[in-house]
Design a protein around this ligand. Sequence first.
Ligand code: XMP
Length: 504
Amino acid sequence: TVLVVDFGGQYTQLIVRRVRELGIYSEMVPWTTAADKIRAEKPDAVILSGGPRSVLEPGAPDLDFSVLEGIPTLGICYGQQLMAARLGGRVETSNHKEYGHRVFTPAAGDSLVSGLASNEVWMSHGDQVLEAPTGYRVTASTDSCPVAAIENLAQKRFGVQFHPEVTHTPDGRTVLKRFLFDYAGLKGDWTSESFIEDQIAAIRQTVGEGKVLCAVSGGVDSSVMAALLIQAIGERAVCVFVDHGLLRKGEAEQVVETFGGHFHANLKAFEEKERFFGALAGVTDPERKRKIIGENFVRVFEDHANELRDCDFLAQGTLYPDVIESGSPTAAKIKTHHNVGGLPDWMRMKLIEPLRWLFKDEVRNVGRLLGLPEEMVEREPFPGPGLGVRILGEVTRERVRMVQEADWIFRSELRSRGLHKGIWQSYAALLDVRSVGVMGDERTYEQPIVLRAVQSEDAMTARAVNIPFDALEVIASRIVNEVDGVNRVFYDLTSKPPATIELE
Ligand code: XMP
């Protein structure tokens, strides 16, 4: 394991990702708990991240370097400054911040940063190291930064002022690779295959002869989680799929086909459309719809309690970014479930989170290796209340059909034109108004579809996708012609903020 100590840098997650891309398992640990974790787990190497503070400020993020004795360590930016400051070098706050591309000059002789394909690097710092600690050699400098890299070979300690983890440092990968492979002696043998093997063993060990309740929604995370559990414990993975009738066209069928058919899983598919459409009848307020869908979901589980209550564990599709966000990357792997409100008491079972170490793209890769269909592995994020929040006004079977058909046309046209790549979410929604049109010689007075396609990194901000006009024109014409009850199509150009990704 390579531990990346987070001093609050904006690129810390990226360092973890880069290390993993080299086939080495890596985790992030906040600086506040880093010393304990390093002492307890004796990682193979440690990387100290960048950070926004100054090591010269009182109370700045710190680390007890004695825990790093004998552990190969690379300090990046703040990490290098801290290394210099704590080990007897000199750091100063310079008057001008250095930000952007720089080209460094390597010192003579072999070093971590000598002989790179490019000496161009990305800098982003205020403070800088003026003097390396005793025993450390300066291995690179720039015009404005005399100590751009340091190293102490005997102790296998390295520091770089620049950021090797960002793509703006063209040969940064070599710097990380050399540190990990050549100096820390690691091998790149952590792969999706080895992850699956390790997790299967771990799940078997944890679960023993017990059963795991595994709710599948059709989304990427729950599908991959279920596939992993099925591999590990077969029939004792009790997969539950609630068909609330608010998925996209064909998706409910695909869940049943994949898990019930292809995997021969112990799948309990509860067809509950009546219940959800009944409960939603006459309801138009967005938050009421959400609440009703959530509550009825829980009721389905309550009604089937007898089939499910002998499960010992509840599987949850938590991913590494959620773990980092909740501030406890080191939290126990299994904990008692008490954070989800509204679950019946018997469902407060032990929680198992087999994907909590993975980033989304790693989850997708694991899913592929486990044999999930590509459409499932590549599925976009989809809201829990499903089409319920994409049908403005009342949710009825008829209006669900209209949205499903329009959505199907929109997305298949995007796919067949290769326009779906790089899209974060794309969907059709139905508005709660009517407008006049003419079809044949008839006047129509029907509902409009809104198409939305956005690019985003994390759903916090988003921009409308620039879909070529001719494609939009074909899509609009197909929807109006093929979907009964629709006589107009709009394309939503609004970004988030001020709009949101969903319409309600
Ligand atoms: P908004 O519409 O707030 O959406 O920009 C941000 C992201 O969250 C998803 N979303 C939901 N997911 N239950 C969910 O599980 C919900 O009620 C819900 N509302 C929005 C949305 O699809 C987008 O990815």
